[in-house]
Write a protein that binds this ligand. Structure first.
Ligand SMILES: [Zn+2]
Length: 225
């Protein structure tokens, strides 16, 4: 969990250390300045990781929070979809207007029998703009086909399935995959040297500025070396 763990007391990262037999996390301040300057404890790697993974399951990836995130995702996608439809409609309306103007200009020239450069230029300008707008239209349609998002299932069941998948990752995945997962959802896990409070900060959530106090009660005898 190096890269996620943060020492609040010294405002620095907490990183993994040790060998195959004895692995632990240590605050960068302690690593640099030694025991005389820094009183941060070394923390047993397995014990801390187990503690944090358990907290994530119990307090972070709750059905309620997953459901909120899921609803947020759907409403975001729906807003995107509405915006895309509005954009398409306005591009089409603009094209229709330009084509009507071209028709009018052409008809005027035919009726008068005169084909002045200035009017020809107005027609040409509109034709160029139409081809640019058509390019934009096809770009949006192509892009849209990659991101289309439809949900018409049982929301409650889907949320439970997502939770089971997350639990599966937290319980069984390789450390590398777990790290990828945690880095995606969590900004920092802040550990305060004395009180050992842990905070989680989410990247993506409806209230992504919120910091959550998710764990208190570190037992030094369990986690210390
Ligand atoms: Zn520290």
């Amino acid at each position: 969990m190096s890269g996620l763990l943060w020492c609040v007391k010294h405002n620095c990262s907490i990183t993994g250390s040790g060998n195959k037999i004895r692995r632990y996390y240590v605050c960068e301040s302690l690593r640099r300045h030694g025991r005389k300057e820094s009183d941060c404890p070394s923390i047993k790697k397995e014990a801390l990781e187990h503690f944090i993974l358990d907290l994530l399951k119990q307090k972070i990836f709750t059905l309620e929070r997953i459901s909120d995130g899921f609803k947020y995702l759907i409403s975001t996608k729906q807003t995107e979809e509405t915006n895309t439809q509005n954009e398409l409609a306005s591009l089409k309306a603009r094209i229709a207007k330009l084509m009507k103007e071209i028709d009018g200009l052409n008809q005027g020239m035919i009726d008068s029998g005169l084909y002045p450069q200035s009017t020809m230029k107005l027609v040409a300008e509109r034709e160029i703009e139409i081809s640019e707008l058509k390019k934009q239209l096809s770009d949006i349609k192509e892009n849209k086909s990659h991101t289309v998002f439809n949900f018409s299932g049982n929301e409650e069941k889907t949320v439970r399935d997502i939770q089971q998948q997350i639990y599966g990752i937290l319980d069984n995945e390789s450390p590398d995959n777990q790290r990828g997962f945690l880095r995606y959802y969590i900004d920092k896990i802040k550990i305060s040297g004395d009180s050992m409070d842990i905070y989680f900060k989410f990247h993506d959530s409806p209230d992504n500025s919120q910091e959550l106090v998710a764990g208190v009660g570190f037992e030094p005898t369990t986690f210390g070396l």
